[in-house]
Design a protein around this ligand. Structure first.
Ligand SMILES: [Zn+2]
Length: 384
C-alpha cells in the first residue's frame, strides 16, 4: 500500500437503522495488517493516514463513469477489458441495491492495493446478502479488475499517481502542521471523547459526485475516500476533515456526544429518522464544524465548502438556524446543551417554513425534482 502516515486526531459518531444493518451484511471484518496495526499500536490521539491505492483508484474510476459507461481522461482502447469490468461492476452494484449500496460495501477495500488482495478480501464475504449472491459477484468484479489491472498500472495509473502525489504534498503543507489541533478542536466542539483511532483516508482521482464518502467496516472503523474532483485548496482540506468527522462519528457510536444528542433530541421532538430534515440537521453541523476548523487553524480567509459548492443553498433554512447557534457555541456564548436545544426547537417548530420551501420548489416543477436529485447525491455519499 502506498501509504503515508500523517498525524491527525479524531473522533466519531453513531447511527442506526437500515444503513447499519446493511453495513454489517456487506462489510467483512478486515483481517489486514492495517487493522492489526491500528489495534496494536498505542496512539495518543486519533490520527489520519493518507493513502493512495491503484486498485481503489481504479474502482473509483469505474464508479465515476458517465451514463454511457464513458470515463473521462481514459483511453478505453488502452484498457481492452474495460467493458467486462464495467459489466461485472454493474452486476455487483445491482446485488448491493444500486449506487448507494457501494457506500455500505467500500469499507472492504481498506488495506487493498491490488486485485489479488481484493480477491482475498472478498473470499471472506458472506455468500449472500438479502438473498442475493454477494460473494460470487464481488469475486467476479475483483477478477474483472484483475483483467485490466496490468494495463491500468502501465498506462493511466502513472499520470494519476503523479497527480495524487502532488495533492498529497499540498495536503501535507496545508494540513500536517495543524492536524492534531484540528482533530482536538473537532472533538471538543462535538463533545467527543477521542476514540484513539487511526483513520484511513484514500485520496483518489475520481469519485461519484460530490466526490467524498466514508464507509464503515464491521469493526466500526470509518474508511474515507476523497477524490481530487471534490474541491481544491482549503475546501479540499475541509472535505477531508468533514469525512474525518464521519469516521470519528462511526468510532463513537456509544458516546453521548453532540451529534448523537442532536439525533436523539430530534426524534424526541417528532422528527423521524426517515425525515430528510433529521439527517440534514446533524449533517449540516458537520459542514459548519469542518469549515470553522479550517478557518481557525489553516486560513482565516477560508470560505465554507457548503457555500462554495452549493450545499448550504439546498438546506438554506437549516443553515439559517444552525449557523448563528453553532457560532455562539464555538465562541463560548452558549453551552452545547443550549445550542442543541435551540436547534431542535427551531427546526421542529418551523414546519411551516419547510413546507413553504418544499412548495416553492415543487411549484417550479422539474427544477424541484432536479434539486431533490442533487440533494440525494449529497445525502448519500456517506454511509453514515
Ligand atoms: Zn458528509
Amino acid at each position: 500500500m502506498e501509504k503515508q502516515n500523517r498525524g491527525i486526531t479524531g473522533k466519531a459518531v453513531n447511527q442506526s437503522g437500515m444503513v447499519l444493518f446493511l453495513a454489517s451484511v456487506f462489510a467483512v471484518l478486515a483481517s489486514s495488517t492495517v487493522a492489526t496495526w491500528a489495534q496494536t499500536v498505542r496512539i495518543e490521539h486519533s490520527t489520519l493516514e493518507f493513502r493512495t491505492s491503484p486498485i481503489v483508484d481504479l474502482h473509483m474510476m469505474l464508479r465515476s463513469r458517465d451514463t454511457d459507461g464513458k470515463i473521462e481522461d481514459v483511453d478505453s482502447a488502452r484498457l481492452p477489458d474495460l467493458g467486462a469490468a464495467l459489466a461485472a461492476f454493474g452486476e455487483l452494484q445491482e446485488v448491493l441495491g444500486g449506487e448507494r449500496g457501494w457506500l455500505m460495501f467500500e469499507g472492504n477495500f481498506d488495506g487493498c492495493d491490488s486485485a489479488r488482495q481484493l480477491l482475498e478480501r472478498f473470499e471472506g464475504l458472506p455468500e449472500s446478502a438479502r438473498g442475493q449472491p454477494l460473494r460470487e459477484n464481488a469475486l467476479n468484479y475483483a477478477q474483472a479488475l484483475a483483467g485490466i489491472e496490468p494495463e491500468f498500472l502501465n498506462g493511466p495509473w502513472k499520470k494519476r499517481k503523479t497527480r495524487l502525489n502532488e495533492r498529497l504534498i499540498e495536503l501535507e503543507e496545508l494540513l500536517d502542521p495543524h492536524i492534531e489541533n484540528c482533530i482536538r478542536f473537532i472533538n471538543r466542539s462535538l463533545n467527543i471523547t477521542d476514540p484513539l483511532v487511526s483513520i484511513p483516508v484514500y485520496i483518489t482521482i475520481d469519485g461519484p459526485a460530490p466526490g467524498a464518502s466514508t464507509s464503515a467496516t464491521v469493526d466500526d472503523r470509518g474508511v474515507c475516500f476523497v477524490a481530487l474532483s471534490t474541491a481544491e485548496g482549503t475546501q479540499f482540506v475541509e472535505a477531508v476533515l468533514h469525512e474525518a468527522i464521519h469516521a470519528l462519528d462511526i468510532a463513537t457510536r456509544q458516546q453521548s456526544h453532540a451529534l448523537n444528542s442532536l439525533r436523539t433530541r430530534l426524534v424526541e421532538s417528532g422528527i423521524k429518522r426517515t425525515d430528510k430534515r433529521w439527517r440534514d440537521t446533524w449533517h449540516t453541523i458537520m459542514f459548519l464544524q469542518a469549515g470553522a476548523t479550517v478557518r481557525k487553524f489553516i486560513s482565516t480567509e477560508h470560505r465554507d465548502y457548503g457555500e462554495a459548492h452549493d450545499y448550504y443553498s439546498r438546506v438554506s433554512r437549516i443553515v439559517e438556524i444552525e449557523r448563528p447557534v453553532w457560532r455562539a457555541w464555538l465562541n463560548g456564548s452558549l453551552t452545547i446543551d443550549a445550542a442543541i436545544e435551540r436547534i431542535v426547537t427551531e427546526i421542529s417548530s418551523d414546519e411551516f417554513s419547510f413546507l413553504v420551501v418544499k412548495f416553492l420548489h415543487h411549484r417550479d416543477g422539474p427544477g424541484w425534482k432536479q434539486q431533490f436529485r442533487k440533494n440525494r447525491a449529497l445525502h448519500f455519499p456517506h454511509a453514515y
